[in-house]
Write a protein that binds this ligand. Sequence first.
Ligand code: UGA
Length: 428
Amino acid sequence: MNICVVGCGYVGLTTGTVLSHFGHKVTCIDIDEGKVDSLNSGKCIIHEDGLEPMLQKQLECETLKFSTDIHTHMRKNEIIIIAVGTPSNGTGQTDLTYIDQVIEYIESLKADQHFQTIVIKSTVPPGTNDYVRNRLLQSGRDKDSFSVISNPEFLREGTAVYDLLHPDKIVVGGRDPLELELIRKMYGYLPSKYFFTSPITAEITKYASNAFLATKISFINEIQRICEAYKGDVSVVAEAIGCDPRIGPDFLKAGLGYGGYCLPKDIQSLTHSAIDKGIVPSLLHAVERVNHSQVDLYIDLLEKEMGTLKDRDITVWGLAFKPNTDDTRDSPSFRLIDGLVDKGSEITAYDPAASGTPKAINVSKDQYESVKGSDVLIIATDWKPFIEADWKRVKALMKGSIIIDARNCLNASIVRQAGLKYLAVGRH
Ligand code: UGA
């Protein structure tokens, strides 16, 4: 199949690369020339496990290329995958500007165009597929010359290649059952559970998935508060309830809360879609409220321990919104750093992959160097090198001895054995 993927973010880039690995001829489009040049030279622009070697191999086989020439490639290809960003507009509503720009390009293709399938992979509010289809019809495009399919992605950053190769489900929202066959072919007939449904149902499925994951996290974070108040241990509670197959063990890690480009904005967008139809999304509101106040738990804990936080030297390990990625978008670590800076603390941060920070703080290039002379060390992202840190070395380097485990990922007794003071919320 000849496929054009529009948007080289982590979804478009990974999808395009894996589809070419399945044997299709893929061109990925992006407006950023620098990004396109790097990708064409085999340099992966994101920290994504297994992506760079696959990308280099596909470039060598000449089944994958990157381009800024959207017109030429949209015209030539039988499948157009839309994987552009759908950010929040600031009020929680999804901003469809980038989707609109792609439709404008498709509209400008001549009406005598060969049949094309437009696959919407970007996360879009319910009704967007119909909107795209109607716009193309209104622009004069013959209804028999194209179809619009919703095929939401469920990839996790950091393991996107693995997730694409081992999907637990593939959701296809379309109007003709033949479209399911086309998508199965596109995915190289991967063994998976396929759902063929309406575009609206496919769109809602994507939001429901992320909203449920966020709900699990906020649920366990509320239990964490109850554990803290009654001196219980949230880690044991989570492990125990997770044994029940009706609950499951995943997404029950209490801590600083969820972040990233997807969960926060998708909860807000779903909330907006619900309100638009007169539904009061009480649960979604609560999920967001709990998430946003998680950072305060840790700042309160530290204030209780130290009194004022003014002029305290605090090291934060972890800037990325989760381990194994360099992505810091909506990172809980940034919310924490913001709060500490507002209290007058001096912050030094270290992350194995991420480096950009919103505030002017010190960012160290070395994990151990970063704790030199610190009063406090806070674990804000559960990276493996932090979990497996040499705590005796940390103790020798620090001025103080407080370790705050804001991801409940450390073995408290190992930390204590090194002479450090282990603090966490809801772990007694
Ligand atoms: C999420 C979904 O997991 C994917 O299925 C979905 O495809 C993707 O969004 C998307 O819509 O594109 P991702 O943003 O990569 O994937 O991140 P997650 O692995 O879901 O983690 C989100 C946040 O929740 C992170 O900040 C993480 O630290 C936090 N988290 C996760 C917890 O606080 N506790 C947990 O138990 C699990």
